[in-house]
Write a protein that binds this ligand. Structure first.
Ligand code: ASP
Length: 312
C-alpha cells in the first residue's frame, strides 16, 4: 500500500473508532460573561440572561444541534445583550473608538476564524465565522477585515456613539469593569467540540491593541480533546498561550480536564495576570476555573446539571 493510502486508511480507522466510542446521548455547554466582576455590584440581569440562553442552548444541543452552531449563536446573543464587555456592551479605546476582537474554532476539523481590531459591525463572532467559512485565512484585522465584512453583508453599526455608548458609558464609574469578554464552549451529541469568544477588550486600550481572544491558542481553542474560551488580562493569556496549553497538558502530560485547565491558568497567573476560562472535553466534562474575584458563568449538561454563578 502506498504511504498516503496507508495514512488515509489509518485516519479513517481512527475516526471510526473515536466515533463509535463516543456516546451520542451526551452533550455539554458552558458560557462566560467575563472575569471582570467586582464584589460591590450585583449581576442579576446578566445571570438571568445567561440562564435563559443556557436553556435555549441546552434544548438545541439535546435536539442534536452542532456544537459550532450553538457556540456561535450563544456568543452572538451575549454580544447583542449589551450586558458584557463585548459586542454592544464593548468599551471604547483611548481614542474613544470601538475596536472589537472575536474568534471561533471547530474542534472536529480544527478550522478557525477570527477578526481583530474590527470597527463598525454588530456581531464580531459572525464576522469571525465568515472568515473561517468564506476565506482561506484564519485571522483578518482592521481595515482589511472591515472591507471583507462589508462585502459579506455583515450587519453594521452606523452610529457607534449611539449604539455602544448607553451600555459602555456605565463603565467609567469608579470600581466598574475595566475589561470583559463573552464566550461559549460545547460538546454536541456527535462528540464534536467547539469554542467561541468575543470581546471589546480593555477599557481605554491603545488603538490597534489586540488581546488574546482572537488569537487561536491563546484565548480560544478547540480540538478533538477539549474546547476552551478564556477571559482576563489578554496580554498574559497570550504570553502563556493558555487555551492551547489546556489541550497540550491533556495530551502530553495526560492530565484530566480539571488539572489541565487549572494548571494552564496557574501558569498564566505566575506571570502576574488574572482571569479565568471555560472548557469542555470529549466526555462532556466541564471545568470553569478562575483566579479573579469572579467570573460570570453558566453551564449545563445532559446529566441534568444547570448552574449560573458570578462569584465562588
Ligand atoms: N481577554 C480580554 C482582552 O484582553 C479581556 C477580558 O477577557 O476581560 O481583550
Amino acid at each position: 500500500m502506498r504511504r498516503e493510502a496507508l495514512a488515509s486508511a489509518l485516519r479513517a480507522a481512527y475516526h471510526a473508532a473515536m466515533t463509535q466510542t463516543r456516546k451520542t446521548d451526551v452533550w455539554a455547554l458552558a458560557l462566560h460573561g467575563g472575569a471582570g466582576p467586582v464584589r460591590d455590584k450585583t449581576y442579576e440581569r446578566e445571570e438571568a440572561h445567561m440562564r435563559a440562553l443556557l436553556e435555549d442552548g441546552a434544548a438545541t444541543l439535546a435536539a442534536g444541534e452542532a456544537a459550532l452552531d450553538v457556540v456561535a449563536r450563544m456568543v452572538k446573543a451575549l454580544e447583542e445583550s449589551g450586558l458584557h464587555i463585548a459586542g454592544k456592551g464593548s468599551s471604547p479605546n483611548a481614542d474613544g473608538e470601538w475596536e472589537l476582537d472575536a474568534a471561533l474554532m471547530d474542534g472536529a476539523t480544527r478550522r478557525a476564524g477570527a477578526v481583530a481590531a474590527l470597527r463598525g459591525f454588530t456581531s464580531p463572532i459572525e464576522c469571525a465565522r465568515a472568515v473561517m467559512e468564506r476565506t482561506p485565512h484564519v485571522l483578518l484585522v482592521g481595515a482589511g477585515a472591515e472591507k471583507f465584512c462589508a462585502a459579506q453583508g455583515m450587519a453594521r453599526v452606523d452610529d457607534p456613539h449611539a449604539y455602544y455608548a448607553p451600555a459602555s458609558s456605565r463603565l467609567v464609574a469608579p470600581g466598574e469593569l475595566a475589561h470583559g469578554t463573552v464566550g461559549a464552549v460545547a460538546r454536541d451529541r456527535a462528540g464534536r467540540l467547539a469554542a467561541a469568544t468575543s470581546t471589546g477588550g480593555l477599557l481605554r486600550k491603545m488603538p490597534g491593541r489586540v488581546g488574546d481572544c482572537p488569537l487561536i491558542g491563546a484565548g480560544t481553542w478547540a480540538d478533538a480533546r477539549v474546547a476552551v474560551s478564556c477571559t482576563g488580562q489578554g496580554e498574559l493569556f497570550i504570553r502563556a498561550n493558555v487555551a492551547a496549553d489546556v489541550s497540550a497538558r491533556m495530551l502530553y502530560a495526560r492530565q484530566s480536564l480539571h488539572a489541565a485547565a487549572a494548571g494552564a491558568l496557574a501558569d498564566m497567573a505566575t506571570l502576574g495576570g488574572d482571569g479565568g476560562l471555560i472548557a469542555v472535553d470529549a466526555e462532556g466534562d466541564i471545568a470553569l476555573p478562575f483566579v479573579s474575584e469572579g467570573m460570570k458563568r453558566a453551564w449545563a449538561t445532559s446529566a441534568g446539571v444547570r448552574d449560573v454563578r458570578t462569584f465562588r
